[in-house]
Design a protein around this ligand. Structure first.
Ligand code: PA5
Length: 398
């Protein structure tokens, strides 16, 4: 069960008349969402695709000890954040999954190549467009390393491409070389692609897909709440709260906040509007950004995502560490609210995969509604072309 509190710590900042006006327009916005041609992520994924993913994941686990996932942005953050959240911190009895291509670090790639020398690895390269610079460079470097060791026939077994159905360089290569492929549907953009093979294949290597899939579509029951969250955010923005600080109190949830930052940042930040998403890990960041949040420029509101971990045996002064952690977070909320920071609370009772998938769906709905409320298209990202053009001017076509 996901619990939402949009009220306790936002009340005094929200213009009630505007709130009621927007809430009364909910049906129009829901209709707009259903009419959009980029909402393939709301449609059920086909059974045959799930079977193919599961079969391929089994093949990977049976034949290799490491999977290298190459992708950036919406092509890696979903599965990576899920994995981080559900894998143990230590002693992982999981198929090793290494993510690459998320920066242009030559140090990382160099060390990765050395690390992979003794590994029996395969590659899943993921790019909807098939032309993303970081992905292409990393893929070429890793494929070259396979070429130094194996025949073309062997390489064919070790490369899986997830890309557009028809277009793009990766699709062309897959056809030419006969590589195994998965599709990212036309009507699903990168950051909304959690329920596609882009994320489900890496996840199927370590998790039971069915609970993830069921939980995801169950997220639809939160459609009204997702709209309400979008409305509250928009009204806070109108009060000058132009930064949303997503907060958690467990380190393994940080990558999920990166997913959220991409989802909201790329969906909303257009035509001079949008809320700037940022993130904090508490209590760590109470000893750094906490000062600013408490007493600095009042430009932000906070969204606390409280995902409860199982009770642990560790205790201090007759209180479990979990209780201390949760009590500290509740106290931080009250303190920040006293410092004029509106607070939204979203809580999952006990961490489980179904609820977490529902939460991803909820946020995707909210980001879409939010884009509509800001009167921008939440499904494109024209701004990222500007830096790419500058790169082309400096380096030519890569
Ligand atoms: O949300 C998006 O569409 C983007 O962030 C993309 O996911 C990102 O740029 C990677 O693109 P691609 O999958 O085409 O390599």
């Amino acid at each position: 069960m996901i619990k939402f509190d949009f009220n306790t710590y936002t009340n005094r900042f929200i213009d009630k008349d505007k709130y009621n006006l927007l809430i009364n327009q909910k049906k129009e916005y829901i209709d707009k969402l259903y009419k959009s041609d980029m909402t393939g992520w709301m449609k059920k994924i086909e059974k045959e695709i799930i079977e193919d993913i599961e079969k391929t994941a089994k093949y990977i686990k049976d034949n290799y000890d490491t999977l290298v996932v190459i992708g950036i942005g919406g092509s890696f953050l979903g599965s990576f954040s899920f994995l981080k959240l559900f894998e143990p911190y230590f002693n992982k009895n999981f198929l090793e999954i290494i993510y690459a291509g998320t920066t242009l670090s030559s140090k990382y790639l160099d060390e990765l190549l050395t690390y992979l020398e003794d590994k029996n690895f395969c590659i899943n390269v993921i790019s909807k467009s098939g032309k993303t610079m970081e992905t292409r460079i990393t893929y070429k470097v890793l494929k070259d390393s396979l070429k130094r060791k194996y025949s073309d026939e062997e390489i064919k077994k070790r490369i899986i491409i997830t890309t557009d159905k028809e277009k793009g360089l990766l699709r062309e290569e897959a056809i030419k070389e006969g590589y195994k492929t998965f599709e990212i549907p036309n009507d699903i953009g990168g950051r909304y692609s959690f329920m596609t093979p882009a994320h489900l294949l890496p996840l199927a290597c370590n998790f039971n897909l069915q609970e993830i899939i069921d939980g995801y579509y169950d997220g639809k029951r939160y459609i009204d709440t997702a709209y309400q969250y979008a409305v509250i955010r928009k009204l806070l923005f109108e009060k000058g709260k132009v930064v949303e600080n997503f907060c958690v109190n467990e380190e393994n949830q940080l990558m999920f906040l990166e997913w959220l930052k991409q989802l909201f940042g790329e969906s909303e930040g257009k035509k001079g509007v949008g809320i700037f998403p940022t993130s904090c890990l508490y209590t760590r960041d109470l000893h750094s950004l906490g000062q600013f949040i408490q007493q600095g420029n009042k430009i932000l509101f906070e969204t606390f995502i409280k995902i409860k971990e199982k009770e642990s045996y560790i205790s201090y002064n007759n209180k479990t560490l979990n209780t201390i952690n949760e009590t500290v977070i509740d106290s931080v909320e009250r303190a920040h609210f006293k410092g004029d920071i509106p607070i939204i609370e979203i809580e999952i009772d006990i961490l489980n995969k179904e609820e977490f998938s529902s939460l991803l769906y909820f946020f995707q709905l909210s980001a879409a509604f939010s884009g509509f409320l800001f009167d921008i298209n939440p499904f494109d990202q024209p701004g990222v072309e500007v830096y790419k053009e500058e790169v082309r001017n400096s380096l030519g076509e890569i």
